[in-house]
Design a protein around this ligand. Structure first.
Ligand SMILES: Nc1nc2c(c(=O)[nH]1)N[C@H]1C(S)=C(S)[C@@H](COP(=O)(O)OP(=O)(O)OC[C@H]3O[C@@H](n4cnc5c(N)ncnc54)[C@H](O)[C@@H]3O)O[C@H]1N2
Ligand code: MOO
Length: 391
């Protein structure tokens, strides 16, 4: 069995960044830029007033000044700024070039068209041309675009952006025991939930998803589902990965000519994970146990979707004090569902007693996955350990 790190390397090798498409900046939330955005103007595009008041010459601050015009936002003033004059100005308006200071109106007394500054002022209240960004400067964040990013791009006067196409992820649940949520299960049946959870995880990471109808435990049914999934960037099967008589994913993918990257990894839960390429699509075969499926999706599917979007892997490992003693580990890397708390300002992680990989209730309650290396020795409460927070 290969290690989790080796398996992740193989998974990331299944796909590079996808092609580019153009979208309007207002449709860019969560999308990933495929090339830098270049500012089409400088910001501010002119020296702009930061306050409502009067534009004056600093060295005339103590004098009576004649108000000769007004510079309003969107309506600059271009009159003659002779010595001894001032211009009424509003926040965001262009400061006429002859003046070097804006005094706020609260600190000015006005008699007709004459003003006097009544309180000393240190700052100049002017936002200089291009101090935020200069025309031609580039913006290329390596993350899904946030509302703040979109505001910046729009202010760069860029209306269309080049983003990486969303990966198309087709999810293929399978098992004779499964029925969709909301049905009335017959004897021996359970509700299919992994497809819903994995689909949501993939969408949140930036993919488009299609969840196929539940396939039966027959080669013909699975073959049919694979045909329907053709053309996907990533095919994710759920269940049927293990060694039982009805666990057919290995056989069906082999018959379909899958280039297998690996089958079975030193991971708990998640041992029967399969990955490879099938007909041009990346393929990940998740184990059916809901916790195993979800943990594998956290560790492998999220980074793969990021790679398809052109984003590198990020380390999600954090450190916390262990909340209770733990026995020695087995030979697989163990991801334990755990609760996070704070003690004296320090994060504490306490794994649940029951780690049964079928318990979705405990999975939903968990704040994090405590990560233990293969063959890790016994651990004492208070030792520092690593974990991945759920987000
Ligand atoms: N003799 C052995 N048995 C098992 C081994 C082994 O090494 N030797 N490995 C165990 C491990 S580890 C896991 S994990 C499971 C994985 O099995 P499969 O991937 O073949 O999954 P299934 O048998 O199809 O299902 C397991 C379990 O999960 C439920 N399931 C499946 N799909 C869904 C779904 N969409 N939503 C909710 N629940 C689902 C299914 O009903 C089963 O209860 O194998 C062990 N066995
Ligand atoms: O993936 Mo299996 O749950 O190791 O239980």
């Amino acid at each position: 069995m290969i290690t989790v790190d080796e398996a992740l390397e193989c998974v990331l090798a299944l796909s590079g960044p996808l092609s580019t498409e153009e979208v309007k900046v207002q449709d860019g939330l969560g999308r990933v830029l495929s090339m830098p955005v270049r500012a089409r103007l400088s910001q501010p595009p002119f020296d702009a007033s930061a306050m409502d008041g009067y534009a004056i010459r600093r060295d005339e601050m103590g004098e009576t000044l004649r108000v000769v015009g007004e510079s309003a936002a969107g309506r600059p003033w271009d009159g003659d700024a002779a010595p001894g004059t001032a211009v009424r100005i509003s926040t965001g308006a262009a400061v006429p070039g002859a003046y070097d200071c804006v005094v706020i109106q609260e600190n000015v007394s006005r008699q007709g068209d004459d003003i006097r500054v009544t309180a000393p002022q240190t700052g100049d209240n002017i936002r200089l041309h291009a101090t935020d960004f200069a025309e031609g400067s580039e913006f290329f964040p390596r993350r899904p675009l946030t509302p703040r990013d979109l505001g910046l791009i729009a202010s760069m006067n860029v209306a269309q952006i080049a983003v990486t196409r969303r990966p198309k992820v087709v999810i293929l649940p399978g098992g004779d025991e499964l029925v969709p949520p909301g049905s009335t299960p017959a004897a021996g049946q359970i509700v299919s939930s992994n497809d819903i959870a994995i689909g949501a995880l993939a969408r949140r990471e930036g993919a488009e998803t299609v969840i196929l109808p539940i396939a039966g435990d027959s080669e013909a049914s699975l073959k049919d589902s694979f045909e329907r999934a053709a053309g996907a960037d990533l095919i994710v099967t759920i269940g049927g990965a293990s060694v039982g008589d009805h666990d057919l994913i290995g056989k069906v993918t082999e018959n379909a000519g899958m280039e297998r990257a690996f089958y079975k990894i030193a991971m708990r839960p998640g041992k029967p994970l399969i990955a490879g390429k099938i007909g041009g699509s990346a393929m990940i075969g998740l184990p059916g146990n809901p916790v195993s499926a979800m943990v594998c999706a956290e560790i492998f599917i999220r980074p793969l979707i990021r790679a398809m979007l052109g984003l590198g892997p990020i380390s999600r490992l954090r450190r916390a004090e262990l909340g209770r003693d733990l026995p020695p580990e087995g030979d697989r890397q163990h991801y334990l569902r755990a609760a996070l708390s704070m003690r004296d300002g320090v994060p504490v992680i306490t794994p649940f007693e029951d780690q049964d990989s079928a318990r979705v209730g405990l999975l939903a309650q968990a704040d994090a996955l405590l990560v233990r290396k293969p063959n890790d020795g016994p651990r004492k409460a208070g030792e520092y350990v690593e974990f991945i927070p759920f987000d």
